[in-house]
Design a protein around this ligand. Sequence first.
Ligand SMILES: Nc1ncnc2c1ncn2[C@@H]1O[C@H](COP(=O)(O)OP(=O)(O)OP(=O)(O)O)[C@@H](O)[C@H]1O
Ligand SMILES: [Mg+2]
Length: 211
Amino acid sequence: MLLNVEHLYKYFNGQALLKDINFTVEDREAVGLIGINGCGKSTLLNIITGSEGYDKTTEGLGSVNIAGKASIGFLRQNSGLNSELTIGEEMKNAFAPLLETLDKMKVLEKKMADGGDIDSISHEYAELSSYFEARDGYRIDVKIKQVLNGMGFGSTPTDRVISTLSGGEKTRLALAKLLLEEPNLLILDEPTNHLDFETLMWLEDYLKGYK
Ligand SMILES: Nc1ncnc2c1ncn2[C@@H]1O[C@H](COP(=O)(O)OP(=O)(O)OP(=O)(O)O)[C@@H](O)[C@H]1O
Ligand SMILES: [Mg+2]
């Protein structure tokens, strides 16, 4: 189980928008949430991701349970990145923990070269490097390129500052970053709103292979 929602209620102005919502999302499951404008889809996703609260009522003591180790990636409806970073810098941020590991490895390499205690250093180095390899650290640049190409940024210079992109481009880039982070649970609120047909097909394909 990745996510479990039970007896969830949400009221606005005394009216129940969400009424006794119950569902479970399992590992590797893909779920589509379909409904007319205003029926409460975004509200439900905001509640799951913790950016909005829900109501405990006499009818139900609602709960939202997320598996302890699960990471969640959330693309909000109509919200792209708004950043003074460049495209390349923002994409690299998706790999922050890995790049920190790489920095630590470089420090240890230097210590070894400077004649530090090889035994203790090499033990720590081996741990860092196996973490780095297990998470595909040597393929960061390839992955970034692959996703940027797929999202239609193949011919955009990666030193372009994000705040200069159009609204639709920002949404596409936010999606690209989210895909690179590979969260256990990927929640996308109308991600295709700004996508052209070609990018849409690419996204469909990519998601089919997503764990
Ligand atoms: N803070 C709020 N206060 C009052 N009403 C709200 C609030 N937030 C959302 N609503 C109302 O709740 C309803 C559901 O909104 P929500 O954004 O969840 O719909 P949706 O299903 O995502 O719609 P769409 O398909 O247009 O994205 C709407 O009628 C909206 O106006
Ligand atoms: Mg919505």
